[in-house]
Design a protein around this ligand. Structure first.
Ligand SMILES: Nc1nc2c([nH]c(=O)n2[C@H]2C[C@H](O)[C@@H](COP(=O)(O)OP(=O)(O)OP(=O)(O)O)O2)c(=O)[nH]1
Length: 184
């Protein structure tokens, strides 16, 4: 796969933190797998105010943890339906991010986007959805790392990376992106 640095989207300094990694990622094994699924229409992105679970109160894309027997793509479809009432058609895999939290929890998150769907948008117990202009994404109300990789995803790139968070603070990151899409 052809690799490019995030320099295509960002200054090089944002692709990798200046600090050294607090853990050896070669032995990384996630405790859980989760997904994010960003629905898109020209100039707009579907975001949610998340009501519960990890990241409650933040703005994010629909998503959640994978259940036994599901592929990440199955999870993207199920979680989007459960959280906002829309069923994405053919969600496109645009990479995976490996998170490690200071308390030891490790979560691998697969990123999907979709440009078509069925169903009716609705608020649920889990999420308050809203269409956001792509130029006005409220990064200050999102996970601290999102501003590093979401713009590349919205440019159509595939992202991969490792992130270490202490509470809500991003302490280490190493991100790569590619113009090619992996099928997940
Ligand atoms: N945008 C963004 N999303 C993140 C980050 N870290 C992180 O876990 N997430 C997402 C991935 C998942 O969609 C979600 C965590 O899963 P969840 O707690 O919603 O899982 P769930 O719906 O299955 O909830 P639960 O039943 O397990 O409580 O948060 C991050 O740094 N940025």
């Amino acid at each position: 796969m052809k690799r490019a640095s995030l320099e295509t989207s960002f200054p090089r300094s944002l692709a990798k933190s200046a600090t050294s990694s607090p853990l050896d990622w070669s032995s990384y094994r996630p405790d859980d797998t989760a997904v994010l699924c960003f629905l898109r229409k020209p100039g707009w992105l579907l975001l949610i105010r998340k009501k519960r679970g990890l990241g409650a109160g933040k703005i994010n894309g629909p998503g959640g943890k994978t259940e036994p027997g599901e592929t990440p793509r199955d999870t993207a479809i199920r979680e989007t339906r459960e959280e906002v009432g829309l069923i994405p058609s053919e969600p496109r895999h645009q990479g995976a991010l490996r998170f490690a939290f200071a308390d030891g929890y490790r979560l691998e998150v697969h990123i999907f986007t979709a440009t078509s769907w069925e169903g009716s948008l609705c608020e649920t117990d889990e999420a308050l959805p809203f269409w956001c202009p792509q130029e006005e994404i409220p990064y200050t109300e999102m996970w601290e790392d999102d501003i590093l990789w979401l713009p590349a995803v919205l440019e159509g790139k595939s992202v991969e990376g490792e992130m270490f968070l202490r509470g809500d603070s991003l302490e280490f990151w190493d991100l790569r992106c590619s113009d090619d899409h992996q099928v997940g």
